[in-house]
Design a protein around this ligand. Structure first.
Ligand SMILES: Cc1cc2nc3c(=O)[nH]c(=O)nc-3n(C[C@H](O)[C@H](O)[C@H](O)COP(=O)(O)OP(=O)(O)OC[C@H]3O[C@@H](n4cnc5c(N)ncnc54)[C@H](O)[C@@H]3O)c2cc1C
Length: 294
């Protein structure tokens, strides 16, 4: 491991000032489960590491007054896994957090790190995108919010400006009659996803789709949304024909490559299958939420 200077500031202001001193050579540290691997094995040149763990503003999981949740950037996957309120509203996020590594990793790995690392296979990022999450970034100049969908521009590239860090994630409340689901395919336990998919849907009083969004991981340079899904499903019942449309839209959205985990062709096929399963399961959960078990 290369030598670096380590700081553990107790305030946001101090952390931001340290980063501003030498933005290019300084990296924020949350759980370190991605950062230290990048430093050790990808040789990322880092002179200074600023540990964020002592900063209270970056922690906490709170229900927002108007509905939805705020999750501090330092929220651990293990905290999401154990949170009953999140499980009740966002099972897709809880299921995704629950498959990140094993328990020791989930007790280090943060939600903010999963997002900022900008891996296209980041499991917790896929449901967040399907759920329409907003991010709050902070710098010495103040705070700004941006949609998660605008955050990634390529593998390991995010929209944080020099001197900015991710403060929190805001999840909107699911619409009335809404539910969400997560699906994932791996080669073996503890491996990263070959493909993952998440869907968030809501149903109208007739049991037809009122809204639908889906996201796909590990099939492109960033986690992707399935374009056109809401328009295709709105007002329709969940039939085999509609699920076939979901499959086709997901296959069209995917931009996979061949790598050691799978061929591009297999990934595209599986993106279609997992998107279909996620939409079908989300609508089943939405039906159950409405007291309709059919
Ligand atoms: C054995 C193992 C198994 C894994 N399995 C999975 C898996 O199944 N699924 C999966 O998705 N991931 C997996 N991971 C990857 C990893 O655990 C996650 O991506 C994790 O959520 C990253 O969070 P962290 O807190 O460790 O981030 P760190 O490593 O601390 O940081 C990652 C990057 O984000 C930056 N950063 C962190 N927080 C902030 C912030 N608040 N503001 C600005 N920049 C920030 C850091 O500077 C760094 O560049 C695995 C990792 C290991 C080692």
């Amino acid at each position: 491991m290369q030598n670096f200077t380590y700081h553990a500031p107790a305030s946001l202001a101090e952390a931001l000032a340290l980063k501003n001193e030498d933005d290019a050579g300084t990296r924020f540290l949350a759980g370190g489960t991605d950062l230290f691997l990048a430093m050790e094995f990808a040789g990322e040149p880092v002179k200074t590491v600023v540990d964020l763990k002592k900063i209270p503003e970056l922690t906490g999981i709170e229900e927002l007054p108007g509905g939805g949740y705020r999750l501090g950037a330092l929220t651990l996957m293990g905290q999401i896994e154990a949170h009953q309120g999140l499980r009740a509203q966002y099972p897709a996020l809880v299921d995704a957090a629950t498959v990140v590594g094993g328990p020791p990793i989930r007790n280090r790995a943060t939600l903010g790190g999963n997002i900022c690392n900008a891996s296209p296979a980041a499991d917790a990022s896929t449901p967040l995108l399907a759920l329409g999450a907003e991010l709050v970034a902070v710098s010495a100049e103040g705070e700004r919010s941006l949609p998660l969908g605008d955050f990634w521009s390529g593998p390991r590239q995010n929209a944080l400006k020099p001197g900015e860090l991710l403060k929190e994630v805001r999840l909107p409340a699911l619409p009335e009659g809404g539910a969400c689901a997560f699906e994932r395919l791996t080669r073996s336990a503890m491996d990263i996803a070959v493909v993952n998919a998440a869907a968030a849907v809501s149903l109208d009083d007739a049991g037809n789709f009122a809204s639908a969004q889906a996201a796909l991981g590990a099939v492109g340079p960033v986690v992707l949304t399935v374009d056109g899904l809401g328009d295709a499903l709105r007002g329709q019942p969940c039939s085999p024909e509609i699920l076939e449309q979901v499959r086709k839209l997901a296959e069209a959205a995917a931009q996979p490559i061949d790598d050691k985990r799978a061929s591009a062709e297999y990934r595209r096929d599986m993106a279609g299958v997992l998107a279909m399963r996620a939409v079908e399961r989300a609508q089943l959960l939405a039906r159950q939420g409405k007291g309709d078990e059919k």
